[in-house]
Design a binder for this molecule. Structure first.
Ligand SMILES: [Zn+2]
Length: 239
């Protein structure tokens, strides 16, 4: 089962941190670009607290991780990146501002599909990363922005006065879900995905060491999707 044919227009990926997209959806992005579908990224933070180094600073960490993110996106042939530069770990406290920013980007980019974090990933027992508050916040805010605010003319009417118009995406793809129901076969783009992931040296993503870990996850998802290697998502369409 390969649900790739559900992508029929521009795709916006909204993630909390650098590397979230490549790790959980990098193969899907590679396929989208190969199919000629426009892909844009929004990074809500630059991961500027993502270090255990006692000698560095938030600006240094953020700059390094933005550079890694830009290179990884370029590896997948994506060049439309927006860095919102909220502080890593604080997203739940800036959700109001974040919502307005994401609505604006949805009205500008006008995506058919949004790939983002799952705000209801499951019980969290499998992976504490899935219930990290930054991820949950981005998932919920993006869901709200996509299906409630961006289509509603009375949300942020100043954006309409600037020339933007309401927009409602056709579907959301939630990554990092404990209950994936939608699968993308990434067997043919596995090497390209790993080329992107291994650029995140600041996060210890060195090849060949990390390849078996990610291959095991892709293989498990592939088992559920009845393909070799897959990325898995939970799909949500507007009611
Ligand atoms: Zn993350």
């Amino acid at each position: 089962m390969d649900n790739f044919d559900q992508f029929t227009g521009p795709v916006l990926c909204v993630a909390a941190h650098p590397e979230d997209i490549e790790i959980h959806a990098g193969g899907t992005v590679a396929r989208l670009v190969r199919a000629g579908i426009e892909v844009s990224y929004v990074l809500c933070t630059s991961g500027n607290r993502g270090t255990s180094d006692l000698t560095t600073t938030m600006p240094e960490v953020g700059a390094r991780r933005e550079a890694e993110q830009s290179r990884a996106a370029a590896t997948l042939r994506v060049d439309d990146l927006t860095f919102l530069r909220h502080d890593d770990g604080d997203l739940q406290y800036v959700a109001r501002e974040l919502r307005a920013e994401i609505v604006r980007l949805i009205r500008q980019i006008r995506p058919h599909t949004i790939i983002t974090h799952d705000p209801f990933p499951g019980d969290g027992s499998h992976d504490s990363c899935a219930i990290y508050p930054d991820h949950l916040t981005v998932g919920m805010v993006t869901f709200e922005a996509a299906f409630v605010c961006a289509p509603g003319p009375l949300f942020y009417p100043e954006q309409l006065q600037e020339g933007l118009s309401p927009h409602k995406p056709e579907q959301l793809y939630f990554m990092m879900s404990q209950h994936p129901d939608t699968f993308v076969d990434i067997s043919q783009v596995w090497a390209q995905k790993m080329d992107a992931v291994q650029l995140y040296k600041s996060q210890g993503r060195h090849l060949p060491e990390v390849e078996p870990f990610f291959r095991r996850i892709a293989g498990e998802l592939g088992g559920k999707g009845r393909v070799d290697l897959a990325e898995g998502f939970r799909r949500l369409v507007p009611s």
